[in-house]
Design a protein around this ligand. Sequence first.
Ligand code: EPZ
Length: 420
Amino acid sequence: MDKFVIQGGRRLSGTISVSGAKNATLALMPAAMLSSGTSLLHNTPALRDVTTMTSLLRTMGMRIDFRDNLLTLDSAAVNGYEAPYEHVKKMRASIYVLGPLIGRYGRAKVSLPGGCAWGPRPVNLHIEGIRKLGADIRLEGGYIIAKAGRLHGARIHFDVSSVGATGNVMMAAALAKGTTVIENAAMEPEITALAGFLIAMGARIDGSGTNRLEIQGVDALHPADFITIPDRIEAGTFLIAGAITGGNVRLEHVVPEHLSAITSKLEAAGCAIRVGPGSLSLTAPPTLRPVDVTAAVYPGFPTDMQAQWTSLMSVASGTAVVTDSIYFDRFKHVPELTRLGADIELKENSAVIRGVARLAGAKVMSTDLRASASLILAGLVASGTTEVLRVYHIDRGYEAIEKKLQSLGAEISREAGEEF
Ligand code: EPZ
């Protein structure tokens, strides 16, 4: 298993281009199954999760080609309706095949996701939503088994705002007979992008970008070309790389308003942020002010940025509290940051971070995608050498992260790691 070896202390400066959004792509790919023919997804990032989704959809008969960040998806020959445990256990987002399969083919057999580095991460809202659309859906042997004739519209209220459940129900409802209203729908840009793709395919969706979606089902959808939005979490991670190293970084190919919760917190910490058309620039202050953050649904501060913020606050000039209101135990990065000298105390779903003058390099272990990012960020500022092990986690969600960091002046290399 590969590792990253980082020599800390370099001040990052320069410009990088942000890749397409992983969490949009993982919904857009199965959505292509809702029509027969070939759709094109431009600006698709080259990530492990995209490879995993590609191999899953190919087992269902989709013909998929990926070249130079252009994904070509031909769903004319789809003849499989199952997402087996082997795929779903590698990537929870495999559950995004449920909505398209039940919506277009009237059948689906999707493994329950199983464990995650943090959790629980239930899928009850997906199941209840698809059931309300008229499917016979039940759990059997660790699988979600669903059957339906033509789905019918329904009024669905999510008790909890769920990105995945909103995506699945929206995809299934696009081909239902009648009108579906989703209340307390997720407003994340990745869901707005999914709505945009479905509309390009001929779906009739109102309320995109708000927490109330209204979908008029149509009889059929057609293939479409679509440009995937930039990845706001990658962008936020690189802004923090600039902030934590006292640097000066510029990001291109971003949607600044997708990051407003992050940039306003960075300004509160003393960073200077400049917004341009499709670009964001950050200049770090000599010392960082401590700033509390509570991760919440969009447009709040993203839970997928919570670990990265914790790393930043570990070298701020005071005490900050980071709370996660989405996932109460998404703190597997904390013990590893402590090995680098961070002073962090966990209290229920909050991390109390007392900033220290200096972190010191050490060997640390990745446990999940965003925890890996937080360890890399800490390694960039820690004195001496930091080794981040099991970087396959990071390859799931960041395209060539070490090359982008090297282009900003970081001393980071990918090396073969010890086998465990
Ligand atoms: C998406 O996961 C993202 N993944 C996650 O990003 C992200 O952390 C999460 O949204 C929250 O923003 C993808 O888009 C592929 P949810 P998802 O359903 O859809 C509860 C990353 O690092 N819930 O919005 O699984 C759940 O327990 C990944 O890129 C139910 O109770 O998240 C959680 O507390 C990690 N029942 C809350 O809702 C359900 O049926 C939000 O989960 C579904 C969810």
